[in-house]
Structure formats: C-alpha cells, structure tokens
Write a protein that binds this ligand. Structure first.
Ligand SMILES: CC(C)(COP(=O)(O)OP(=O)(O)OC[C@H]1O[C@@H](n2cnc3c(N)ncnc32)[C@H](O)[C@@H]1OP(=O)(O)O)[C@@H](O)C(=O)NCCC(=O)NCCS
Length: 309
C-alpha cells in the first residue's frame, strides 16, 4: 500500500470532506468546514504561494498539510507548514512525505525560515526534531462548556461606551479593519503580522464563511470601535472566538472582558453549547480573561522552526 501526496482538488467534494475529517480527528479544537476549506483556497493571493496538500492511501485521505509564505509579515522569507495525519493512520510515512513536499515548495519560493505547529506530545515533538526543527513559542487551545458553566454576569458599559455588533458595520467595516490591524499587530507571535490591505482583509476575514456578524460584539466610543470580540459559529452548537482586541489607548479598562462576555451571553442565549478559543502562552492578559470566563486549556501546540542553510 503506497502513500502518495498531492494537491487537494477544490472541486472534488470527497477531497474536501477527507481534509475536514482528518483535521478534526487530529485536532478537534480547530474547526473546518467544506466552506472554510474552499474559502481559503479561493482567495489566498498568489504571493502567499498557498497550497493544501493531502496524503492518500488506497484512495483514502489520511493526512493533510497547509503550506504557504507568511505574506502578511513585514519580514520576507518566512514560510509556514502545518501537517496533520489521521491519528489512526500514523506510521505509514504520510507525515514525512507531506513535510518533504511542503518544504520543497517553500524552499523553491525563497523561504529561509520554516514554521510549523506541532502538538505538545512526545511523539510529535520527536518527529519535528528528527526533521531538523527546534522548539519555539507555544499556544493553547481552550474550551468553555457554555451549556454548563455560569458566565460572569452581564456588565454595563462604562460611561461613553456603547455595545454594538459587527452587523452594525455591515455597510462600512473599515473601522473594524483598523482596530483588527492594530490589535493583531500586538498579538504575541513568532511571525509578525501587519494587516495593510483592506480589500484582502474583507475577502479573507470579513467574508469568512464562519464569521457571525450578529454575535460579534463591538464596544464603540465617540462613534469609533475600541474593542471587539469576533465570533465564528457553525450554526449548531459550536462557537469560536476568532479574535479579541482592544485599541491600545483603551486597554486595561475591562473592555475585552465586556465585549467577550456580551458575545458569550448572546451565543448561549441562541443555543451555542461549546466555546473554543486559542491563545499564545505568553499572552498573559488574554489568558487571564479566558480563565475568568471559565475556559480550560485542552491542548498545547509548540511552534517549531527550521532554518534553511
Ligand atoms: C488582550 C487584550 C484584548 C486585552 O484587552 P483589555 O481591554 O486590556 O482587557 P481587559 O481590561 O478586559 O482585561 C485584561 C485583564 O488581563 C489582566 N492582565 C493584564 N496584563 C496581564 C499580564 N501580563 N498577565 C496576566 N494578566 C494580565 C488584567 O489585570 C485584566 O484582568 P482584571 O480585570 O482581572 O484585572 C488586549 O491587550 C489586546 O488587544 N492585545 C492585542 C491582541 C491580542 O493579543 N488579542 C488576543 C488574541 S488571542
């Protein structure tokens, strides 16, 4: 039985469903749907050199990789690859083949540093080390049992601040773009991000198939958004936070707690039962906020980096 690696075919529903199935089996904390897989494939700009790969054995998809250049980073030469193999089908060479194919692609397009997320388990970490990667920073996946956990009581916004939803910005989301860009550039990470292209942001984030405009809460002062908590939902119980951010000048006043609490209460009221989020392990403020809500750390991934000589 031979394992082969090839590009995912975006018009083949069996490919898309296989990709989603493997990703959920390997890492249930990140949510993919056929729509989100197609969304990514359809819009990534050519300079990102994005590819979605699948490993196939006897016609069945047993592994996946997403690979590309970090085109939103001000520093060139940063490549990323994330390889996940179905835990029931490891040991068949799929991971090695996916990794090699991804690395060759990135090297051919000028990447000098390759970043890969690796689950913090001895077998996975040893696999990365054997392939020349060294451990860098880590991040946690957190889950809140919305159905059974009491949320902090709803708070009133401070004087001069109003709570709105992202749907109120449907006609002109540009102020939310500015806030997302400001907050995102302060999020701890080993690849810096600079969101400068409004149209690309609209296409990728504002039109993301999981974005829930109604459940995304926004704090507004003097007509300008100053804090937001972005909701991704699947329509049937699963709610995730895509991002929480507060404008620099307004941090430390409880606004992130305010918007996220508002969004969580409203999500629960319309039937969402599980809330997911992810945080860099050095993000003290956001981890403190999520602990306050009752989120629990369920898994940790360690970013690994390989420098190409
Ligand atoms: C993280 C962020 C959203 C927090 O916004 P904020 O409006 O300042 O948050 P709040 O004021 O509601 O709450 C901050 C809490 O963190 C605590 N805190 C602040 N710095 C901390 C640190 N270094 N370690 C631990 N806790 C810390 C505060 O004490 C406060 O808790 P308290 O109310 O119990 O005192 C904001 O810093 C931000 O936009 N950062 C950049 C984007 C980002 O990293 N977003 C999260 C991505 S997952």
């Amino acid at each position: 039985m031979t394992v082969i690696v090839r590009d995912l075919h975006s018009d083949a529903i069996a490919d898309i469903e296989g990709f989603v199935r493997v990703r959920h089996a390997a890492l249930p904390y990140m949510y993919f749907s056929p729509e989100s897989v197609r969304h990514h494939l359809s819009l990534t700009p050519a300079r990102a050199r994005y590819r979605a790969l699948v490993a196939e054995e006897d016609g069945e998809i047993i592994g996946t990789a997403q690979v590309g250049l970090a085109h939103e980073s001000p520093e060139p030469g940063q490549g990323w690859l994330n390889v996940y193999v179905d835990p029931a089908r490891t040991g068949r060479g799929a991971g090695t083949l996916l990794m090699r194919t991804a690395e060759e692609h990135l090297a051919a397009h000028g990447a000098t540093h390759l970043y890969a997320w690796v689950l913090d388990e001895p077998g996975y970490r040893a696999f990365a080390e054997r392939h020349g990667y060294r451990a860098s920073r880590s991040a946690h996946f957190l889950v809140l049992d919305l159905a059974h956990t009491e949320l902090p009581p709803l708070q009133n916004p401070p004087a001069g601040v109003e709570l709105r939803t992202a749907a109120d910005f449907a006609d002109d989301p540009r102020p939310l773009f500015a806030l997302d860009a400001e907050a995102g550039s302060d999020e701890p990470s080993d690849i810096d991000t600079e969101l400068t292209d409004y149209d690309a942001w609209v296409a990728e984030y504002w039109k993301h198939p999981h974005l829930d405009l109604e459940l995304t809460s926004v704090a507004v002062a003097d007509g300008r958004p100053i804090a937001f908590s972005l909701a991704h939902t699947n329509g049937v119980g699963r709610y995730g936070t895509g991002m929480t951010g507060t404008a620099r000048a307004f941090r430390g006043r409880g606004l992130a707690k305010l918007v996220k609490n508002d969004s969580l209460h409203r999500a629960r009221a319309v039937g969402y039962t599980e809330a997911y989020t992810g945080n860099d392990s050095d993000n003290g403020p956001m981890l403190a906020i999520n602990k306050w809500f009752g989120y629990e750390i369920r898994a940790t991934e360690v970013r690994h980096v390989r420098e190409l000589g």
